[in-house]
Write a protein that binds this ligand. Sequence first.
Ligand SMILES: [Fe+2]
Ligand SMILES: [Fe+2]
Length: 457
Amino acid sequence: MESAIAAVIRSLGASLKNRGLYPTTHPLVRTPVEKCHLELAPFFADRSELALTVSDGTLVLEGVPIFQLTSSLELFMARLGAIGLPAVIFERGVSVQDIELFVRFLHETKEQGLPIPEITSRLARWGVTHIRITATEEEEKDDFTLAREIYGNALNVVVRALKDVRGGKTPDGAESDRAVREMSGMVSRNRDAMLALTLIKNFDEYTYNHSVNVSVLSLAVAETLGLPETERIGIGVAGLLHDVGKTQLALDLIRKPGTLTVEEFEEIKKHPEEGFAILGKMTHIQESTRAVVREHHMRFDRTGYPRPEPGFRMNPHSHVIAVADCYDALTTMRSYQKARTPQQALEVMRKLAGKSIDPDLVELMDRSFGVFPVGTMVRLSTMEVGVVTGTPDGGKGAPKVAILFDRSGNPLAVPQEVDLKERDPSSARPRRMILGTVNPLMHPPVSLSGILQAVPG
Ligand SMILES: [Fe+2]
Ligand SMILES: [Fe+2]
């Protein structure tokens, strides 16, 4: 089966490649199409259609991944990806002409990222009858919708866990583990979509959102560090549950704005040990996760609480939670502090580096979140104002920007996503460049959630 599948794809790829080199009627274009047609036939003996998808950069035919990529296969996959074909369905009755036209469509279509209905109507116009395009299961939802669902699910897990503890019950560790695995997967798939959610602050639900945010942020740091999966999950669970011990404190103490009295602070200081005890009763919790929850306020310079004994070796993952905790606290507005932008937060963190937090991790965060992290409001050379919605290639690529205000400062009805790589044809220079950040408080409040929904992916 696998070799038969590989043969079909190879024929398609070969025809497409030769199409670029020879006229349509040339045997090197025509023969692979006929070969593909012959190779497809046996599959239809026991099924009416055959699905070809690209999933995570791998070509998959009927669930069988094709790992041996030749240059023609790579070209084939690149064309599918560029035009925006998530899944190609070959139906029983597919003809040589259908395949020929489909290859021609792949060769001649120059637009990128076409919507599925547009591709469908073009193929129909071309006369392709037994090859159709559909969205794959995953691609029906854009990454932001998916990320929001995963985030919401993790939020529910935290709410339940804290409620259980308050009610004297032990929370289900398997739930936390599952929620973190989902978030970890989403961080790998589209880190920006997940990180953007940590910036959508909900003041009333601070404790819950904070728990999920610290988990997401620490997962992003753990991934940049290249840690193995088990360790990443352990860190993510620690992030999710790091403040679970606060449930043992009086609610008004947790919510108290401003400075605490000495006695109150002594109470607060107990929450890492309380958390350590609670996690000890839960299933599906790694030993190191427990240790990290206990150590999350020890500080990099070991001056925090609980105060470590002189020879005590801190778990290195505790420092990951500490930077995530710090970043989320700084970017959150509280009654006694205004929210900082991601850039301002990183600036504060650079000053804390080497003291309360690990300098290497601050540098890593600084580098991997990009010069303009997601959520940063920027002014462009056109004098338009926008918000950064993505930082491709781990922060090294040109940021994705959605314009919110035109050059006169009037808000746009719908945010407009722009490509900073786009050039002005007359001067060949970039049409828009980022001049710098703008203070978000100078502009009417905007909902990041709404913007990201309007400009998905
Ligand atoms: Fe804490
Ligand atoms: Fe915290």
